[in-house]
Design a protein. Structure first.
Length: 134
């Protein structure tokens, strides 16, 4: 039981390290920082191959790194995180938020409606989430 707790803490720390890298990339806007974050998330799943949270975070992390340059591919990552890894609640909430951003970046009336739907689902299914209030 204690070993599982320690494994969960290690997974959480590894995921949060990736999100810290994304935050740095967002703050600096440097392509090298985005590349580092994407690479980190790309290798994370190999360290924790049985973790649903890590799998969802990997999809979200890689998707976030792609969002500005390739919102369509990023959107596919967010949808996969949401649908395939629904048990990873924190990352699913993040996926819904990021999915809305991806739809907005794609533009057009249909995508605007899809972004609104993603936000509605986020508020409905994860009302207490930090992502529901952004």
């Amino acid at each position: 039981k204690r070993v599982k707790l320690l494994e969960a803490v290690a997974e959480d720390a590894a995921v949060e390290q990736g999100w810290a890298m994304v935050a740095r990339a967002e703050a600096t806007g440097e392509s090298s920082e985005w590349a580092k974050a994407k690479s980190y998330f790309g290798t994370l799943i190999g360290q924790y191959p049985r973790s649903e949270r890590v799998a969802a975070a990997t999809l979200n992390g890689v998707g976030r790194c792609l969002l500005d340059e390739d919102p369509r591919t990023a959107l596919l990552k967010f949808v996969e995180a949401e649908v395939v890894h629904f048990g990873a609640k924190k990352e699913v909430a993040r996926a819904l938020y990021l999915k809305a951003l991806a739809y907005e970046k794609l533009g057009g009336a249909r995508n605007k409606k899809m972004a609104e739907e993603a936000r509605k689902e986020l508020r409905e299914f994860f009302p207490g989430s930090e992502w529901a209030t952004k």
